[in-house]
Structure formats: structure tokens, C-alpha cells
Design a protein. Structure first.
Length: 285
């Protein structure tokens, strides 16, 4: 690659970084915030590829005004640098830290473990650990996070709870508490999703709920959809989604690389023509 080409690429990355920072500032108080780098890149320039966004955030035009929870991860949460404490203590950062450290045999982590995998900025690590320890002490962790005491508190995502009936009871709010996220589709609705038209109604309703929750960007995780429609067997879910795609109502998109993507998210994907499809979008009428 020539020197001129390198310089052109660097200017392009710097310009994208500046634009992303401008978008980030605009999101403060006016949309989902903090948000992930992937979401920020889509809001700034919908065609931005993950590697372009990651290169842009390393430029000083962006890094001087923003902080990313973990370098090199497109799914990492990000906020304006003046909101460091908000980002460190946010639900999105805690859930990101938990997901990024999941392994097949380890699902619960101490606060120190989680902090060690975040950005190298020592102040951010310290603020994160202090905020999460306070949340545990006050029993005010985010709705999707619990912990057990094993010498030190070990945090985990409630979606990891087994058996399934207990997990569903907690996450659907059936024990009398508020639901953890958007209201789930009723058991009656999912049980009736035998016919393609019934599945379509359930799927579209959940898609719309999740899309609004994520800022109405028409880009919903297949994993989130499966979780919310967990009463529908996978083969029936995949068949119903296939029919919706054939009908031109929804489309799937793949990640450019599966490296760094949590195992659970990969398992929720659909392999097709050598690609792993992970996200769903609604086609324009």
C-alpha cells in the first residue's frame, strides 16, 4: 500500500471518528445511551464495517472525547468521556463484561474478574468496580443480573439460571415482580404458533418490541428473538422465519467475523452459504 493510500485511509478514519463523536454527543439525553460501538457506527453511517469503526475510534478526534468499555470490541459500550461514571456503572457495561468473560464451564465472575477485562484506563476500572460493588451491597444490580456468595460475590446473567422453569419464572416476572425487559409474549400466544400465520404474528410483535428497545434501528439480534420466543421449538422457529424471509418480510445479516462473538450468540445464529447469520431486519414494504 502506497504512502498516499495510507494517508487517505487515515484521513477517512479520522473523519469517521469525528462524525461518530458528534453522533455520540447527540445521543446524550436523546436516545439509547450509553450504547455500543456497533450501534453508534450504524447511527453515524449505516454502511460502516466493524473494522472501519474500530479503526476510527482509535483516532484522537474520537478518543479525546469518548471512552470505550473495552478496546477492539465492536460490541463494547461507549459514552462521552464526561460520562465515565455513568458508563462504568451502567447495566449495558456490566452485561457486556459478563458476556465477554463467559466460557463453556464458567458463567459467574467476581467484580475484580470483570473489571480486569475492561479498558486499560485505571480510573475506569476503579469506578466500575466501586459502582458494581455498591450495587451488590445495596442489592440494586440491573434486572438481568444476579449473584451468589462464594467467599466473594460472583455475578451472573439470569438467563444462565437452570432449570428452565425457574429462569422463565424470573425473566417473565411471574413471581410477582416486574418483568426484566419488555413484556414477554404470553404462553398462550407462543403455544398457538403452530401455523405459519400464528408464528408471524408472534415474531413481528417481539421484533417490534426489541427494535424499539434498541432505538428503532431495524437491526435485532437473533439471540434476543430466540430468548423472547423460547417456548417455540427451534425447528419451528427456524421454519417460520424461513417462510417470512421467502415472503420478503424479513432479512438476515451476518457478522464479518465470528471471532470474539460469545458462544451463545453463535449458537443462536443460522449457518447459510458459509456465513453465520446473526441479526434480523424488516424489509421495506
Amino acid at each position: 500500500m502506497s504512502r498516499n493510500t495510507d494517508q487517505t485511509a487515515a484521513r477517512s478514519e479520522a473523519a469517521l471518528g469525528a462524525a461518530m463523536l458528534e453522533t455520540l454527543q447527540a445521543q446524550r439525553g436523546h436516545g439509547p445511551y450509553p450504547l455500543t460501538l456497533a450501534e453508534l457506527a450504524r447511527l453515524t453511517a449505516p454502511d460502516t464495517r466493524p473494522q472501519q469503526a474500530l479503526a476510527a475510534v482509535r483516532k484522537r478526534l474520537f478518543s479525546s472525547g469518548a471512552i470505550v468499555a473495552r478496546a477492539g470490541r465492536i460490541d463494547a459500550p461507549v459514552a462521552a468521556i464526561e460520562d465515565l461514571e455513568l458508563l462504568a456503572g451502567s447495566a449495558i457495561t456490566l452485561e457486556f463484561a459478563l458476556r465477554s468473560m463467559q466460557t463453556a464451564s464458567m458463567r459467574a465472575r467476581t467484580v475484580a474478574d470483570l473489571g480486569s477485562r475492561l479498558t486499560s484506563t485505571s480510573k475506569f476500572k476503579d469506578v466500575f468496580k466501586r459502582a458494581i460493588n455498591e450495587q451488590v451491597e445495596r442489592e440494586q444490580t440491573p434486572p438481568g443480573v444476579g449473584w451468589i456468595v462464594d467467599r466473594k460475590p460472583k455475578l451472573f446473567l439470569l438467563e444462565e439460571i437452570r432449570p428452565r422453569w425457574l429462569r422463565q419464572r424470573l425473566t417473565a416476572g411471574n413471581d410477582g415482580t416486574a418483568a426484566l425487559r419488555q413484556p414477554a409474549i404470553s404462553a398462550e400466544a407462543t403455544a398457538s404458533a403452530e401455523k405459519p400465520e400464528d408464528f408471524a404474528v408472534c415474531f413481528e410483535k417481539v421484533f417490534d418490541q426489541l427494535d424499539r428497545q434498541k432505538g428503532s434501528h431495524n437491526f435485532v439480534s437473533l439471540l434476543d428473538l430466540r430468548r423472547r420466543l423460547s417456548d417455540i421449538p427451534r425447528h419451528r422457529f427456524d421454519t417460520g422465519l424461513h417462510q417470512l424471509r421467502i415472503a420478503g418480510r424479513f432479512t438476515l445479516s451476518a457478522a464479518e467475523s465470528v471471532s470474539g462473538i460469545p458462544v451463545e450468540q453463535r449458537e443462536a445464529g443460522i449457518e447459510e452459504a458459509g456465513s453465520l447469520l446473526l441479526h434480523v431486519s424488516r424489509r421495506a414494504p
